[in-house]
Design a protein around this ligand. Structure first.
Ligand code: GAF
Length: 386
């Protein structure tokens, strides 16, 4: 228990006169392997020490009251009705998860809940996946459904895909649920096999610079990228091998031999995905032998691919990366997550972080008028009942 969990426990008790179960679920970073999860590739995320907290208990009625501390809102919910809640987008993440249990033929005991957390919202640190993971975990526990962590991860992803309409991959929920302190997760998104890698950064730290923007196109462009990748994969299946499981495994030679037949935009998207998957695998080798310099160089190369080939960056992200990547105390810098805003992830020598942040803040404010936020994060455990 910490200050936040104590606070919502008390709020829950004051509101509903009963003690809740408290579930904590982490936000995530992804070191490398961006936009490859939905292409069956490898990713390297970690759960971080910023979390969503859910206080929850059965309501003993057909309805439940859900409260968001951060949005200062509450909503009364009739269980079994699954309609959009346009005034309460935060509650849709909960409802979408409840719906998935119903879709599996599992009737959920109606519940009251209170939600809060310290994951910056809209910064690309997966506050929504953390909430969905916490809700899935809590419902599974409260109802004794006995679902595994992997099943709950898939359920949370389907909630986001189907109720929220965002065709996200599985990385965010997977990291949120399976995270482990001092480790990153090397996840094969095709098979969902995973391995924990110790994260020894020595004198370096994971630093996130928050652009403070989230451009509107984020969800629509994300879905467009998925379609473009599907178009590429269909082409390779038709012309090379119908059994190739996913785009990440397409050999670069097939792509190069197809330049004149593929739409140039689709070509670029495929090039990025194939290269990123290979880069990610070789970055893991760097990490294994403690070669942080080469690891960092690959992070920055990922940014170039996301900017030029995959085209999911934006001027604010590019500005932050361009301003720091060449500094000697910076191992690597890149945009992180879906793109079009959110944070950059940087590996920076601990003793220069404050100075670098001070300099960068001035430049960023001059350029964009926005106050730059910085989060120095460490890895943490995944979803847990406190
Ligand atoms: C978002 C999605 F939710 C993830 O599934 C992943 O595709 C990521 O963008 C890009 O790597 O966070």
């Amino acid at each position: 228990m910490n200050v936040i969990s104590e606070k919502i426990k008390q709020l829950f008790f004051d509101t509903f006169s009963t003690n809740p179960t408290i579930v904590r679920s982490s936000g995530r970073v992804n070191l490398i392997g961006e936009h490859v999860d939905y292409n069956g590739g490898f990713v390297l995320p970690a759960a971080i020490d910023k979390s969503t907290y859910l206080a929850i208990a059965p309501s003993n009625a057909e309805t439940g009251k859900w409260i968001s501390v951060d949005f200062e809102k509450s909503i009364d919910i009739k269980f079994g009705v699954f309609k959009p809640l346009p005034q309460h987008r935060w509650a849709e993440y909960i409802l979408g998860v409840v719906e998935q249990f119903y879709k599996r033929g599992l009737q959920v005991i109606p519940f009251n809940c209170v939600v809060t957390g310290d994951i910056p919202i809209g910064s690309g640190l997966s506050s929504s996946a953390a909430l969905e993971s916490a809700v899935a975990f809590a419902i599974n526990d409260m109802n004794g459904f006995g679902m595994s962590k992997k099943e709950l991860t898939k359920l949370a992803q389907q909630a986001e895909n189907e109720f929220m309409g965002v065709k996200c991959g599985i990385m965010d929920m997977f990291a949120s649920i399976h995270g482990k302190e001092n480790h990153v997760l090397r996840l094969d998104c095709e098979t969902l096999d995973y391995e924990y890698f110790p994260l020894n950064l020595g004198d370096y730290k994971i630093v996130l610079f928050d652009t403070g923007v989230k451009h509107n196109l984020v969800d629509s462009e994300y879905n467009v990228r998925r379609l473009q990748c599907e178009e590429g994969l269909a082409f390779f299946r038709k012309h090379f091998d119908e059994t190739i499981p996913n785009l990440s495994q397409v050999p670069l030679a097939w792509l190069q031999a197809s330049r004149s037949q593929l739409n140039p935009v689709v070509y670029n998207r495929c090039q990025y995905v194939i290269e990123e998957n290979q880069r990610m695998l070789s970055a893991c080798e760097d990490l294994k032998v403690g070669n942080l310099r080469d690891f960092g160089i690959k992070l920055t190369a990922t940014h170039e691919g996301l900017r030029n080939l995959y085209e999911v960056s934006c001027k604010e992200l590019d500005f932050l990366v361009d301003a720091v990547w060449h500094e000697s105390a910076v191992l690597g810098s890149r945009m992180m997550g879906g793109g079009f805003g959110g944070c950059t992830i940087n590996l920076i020598k601990a003793d220069v972080i404050d100075d670098l942040y001070a300099r960068l803040s001035i430049l960023y404010k001059e350029k964009t008028g926005i106050d730059l936020k910085m989060y120095s994060v460490v890895t943490a455990n995944g979803t847990e009942i406190l």
